[in-house]
Design a binder for this molecule. Structure first.
Ligand SMILES: [Zn+2]
Length: 144
């Protein structure tokens, strides 16, 4: 039991440490990628300058720069995805509340285009009177 306690304790310590390390690690990686981008741009610029200067040694530099640029861009997107910065493709579940002014019958259905508050819609199921939209709201969507 004692050993287990120690194990659990050290485990939470590791978690704490990794949480503390998370932020500097993110900025470090970001700076590294940024560095590659800058170097790549420099290589491309240098290659273009060599080309304009009449040198025949520019192809390699441009190729290297482009390759570096593509690699860093790929790394950046991959990194962003892992961080979850990318916009989450969740569609909000919007519902419309319809109420009968006469008998108070209430109905909730999915929001439809053109719905607005106090719009009169289909007739009441109970008393056959036209019903009104009394509310439009977004339902909590469970995150996956
Ligand atoms: Zn009614």
């Amino acid at each position: 039991m004692r050993a287990l306690e120690i194990l659990l304790e050290s485990d939470s310590d590791i978690k704490m440490a990794s949480q503390k390390m998370r932020m500097p690690l993110i900025s470090m990686t970001f700076l590294l990628i940024l560095g590659i981008v800058i170097v790549s741009i420099y290589f491309i610029y240098d290659g273009v300058a060599a080309y304009l200067g009449g040198s025949t040694n520019y192809t390699y530099q441009i190729m290297e720069g482009t390759l570096g640029f593509i690699t860093s861009t790929y790394m950046m997107t991959h990194f962003m995805k892992r961080l979850g910065i990318r916009h989450r493709p969740t569609s909000p579940n919007i519902v419309t509340v319809i109420e009968c002014r006469k008998c108070g019958f209430k109905q909730i259905r999915k929001f439809m285009k053109g719905d607005y508050i106090l719009k009169s819609v289909e007739n009441c199921q109970k008393c056959n009177e036209p019903m009104l939209i009394t509310g439009i709201y977004s339902e909590e969507v469970k995150a996956n």
